[in-house]
Each structure stands twice: as C-alpha cells, then as structure tokens.
Design a protein around this ligand. Sequence first.
Ligand SMILES: [Zn+2]
Length: 297
Amino acid sequence: MSWNGPSPRGGDQSVERESLLATLIVLLSGLALQLFAMWPGRIRHQSAARQLERLHWLALWWPTAPALTVAAWLCGWALSQPDPVPAHVGVLVFIAAGPFAILGGRAVVRAVLSLCHSPLAYGIVTVGLLRPRIVVAPEFEKALDEQAMQAALAHERTHVRHRDPLRIWLAQFVTDLQWPWGSARCRFTGWLAALEHARDDEARAAGVEGADLAAAVLGSLRFQLRIATAAATLIGQPEALPARIARLLRPLPESPPHEEPPYLVVAGGLAVVWLVAIVLGVFCGKRLIDSLLALSS
Ligand SMILES: [Zn+2]
C-alpha cells in the first residue's frame, strides 16, 4: 500500500486504487458477511440423504453471496476510477476494516492448522485436499472384526469419491469467516451430520450392513480426538452420533428419485447479479464511495 499524502486537509491521505479497493472489500464485504451470517438457515426438508446434504451445502455458502455482490460492485467502482484515487481517504476507513481483516486472518490460521493433525489420531480417516486417501491406524484395524472393517472402508471410500476432505476444509473456512455467529456454526454442524448420513446411505446401498457400519463407528470412537480437521472421519460430529447409530440400525429407507439442487440456475442467477453489480459500480459507485470516504475524513 502506498500513501500519497499528506493532503492539504491535514489528516487525510490519498491511496493507490488497488489498495483502497482491497480495504473497502474487506470492510464492506466483511460487514455484509457478518450481517447475513445471522440467517438461521434451518432446513426441514423431507428428502433423500444425499439431496439433503446438497441443500445443507448450499445453505452453508448462502451468506457469502451478498458479500461477493458487494465486492463485485466495488470492483465496478474501481474500474471507473483513476489511479491513485483522487478522493481524500481518512485513516478511519483502515481502522474500521481492521476487525474484518483480523477475522480473515484467524480463518486462514485455523485452515492451515487443521492440515497439521496426524491422521493416526483417528482410527480410520480420509485425508488429502487434492488427492484424498484413506489412512487406517494399525491398532484400529486389529480392534475391528472383518465385516466392520470392510464397512468402515466402504464408508471412507464414499468420502474419497466425493472429495470430502476438501469440501470439509472449505466449509470450515467459510464458517470461520462468519465467526462468532452461532448460526454459522449450526449450519456447519448440520451439514456435517447430513454428510455422514449421505455417505452411510451410499455405502449401505452398495451392500454394507448398517449394523456393521454402526459397530465400526462405535469402535473408532476411542481413537478420535475432538479437534478441527480438514479430514473426513468415520464418526463425524460426536453430538450427532446417537441419531446416526439409531439410523444405521433401521432398514435403509427407500430412496426417492434423486434430484440435484438446481446448481446451474443458482450459478446463472448469481452471475447475472454480479454482472449487474459491476455495471452499477461503474456508473453509480463514485457518489456512494465518495460519501463514505468523506465520513472517514
Ligand atoms: Zn464419514
């Protein structure tokens, strides 16, 4: 960041365009994310486990859409501005962006730390963001009978197939960006529970007995530590275990026809919204940003 001041107005300074854009994105998109993070995001939808998991996944990301719309609008504004920006910029803008920058830094640190846990802390786990693989602790293998071990492996193979370690890592990151809202945490744990149900059902549909999988889940409990990790474990969220074990011991529910959420419609709609936001930023951004900068001067 380069400061081109002091200006004739004493404490005010002008700033190069990209630095100001980055600061405004942190401030205004961070504010939008925090506001929309309050959304409870409860999903009461009677549908197949896999479909429910996808709905929870979309709910997890929904609060980022307004924040990205604000960022698109700011990019539009920046396109219409010379470099450096001629407006005077008070230090208050940078101070106000500070807490959101700290939240982002905290999320990044937690994302990095979550990659540092040894997979052997778990009985069986799927790790690897880009190349997922199953890791089994030798003690765990000895403690389980053959059917339970095969059930555990079948469950973890579904995590590999869907690249769940990467999805869990991204979900944890976007939840951390919405800290400290409990609603964001609830959306995350709700999605994790739905994820495990979906993977259980997929393994059972491939021939695994629910009772064997339940035995494997209970057998892995003593191996697992309650730590945040970018890995797909067998037991998932400990809080969700009683309901999950009970579910595994019931017959596999008849699967209604699977319907994917309308991803293309959602993506197309968002692309249009962001395009409109950029255009609005180009033509109408200056007055609003000048007003904001005047407040901070
Ligand atoms: Zn699992």
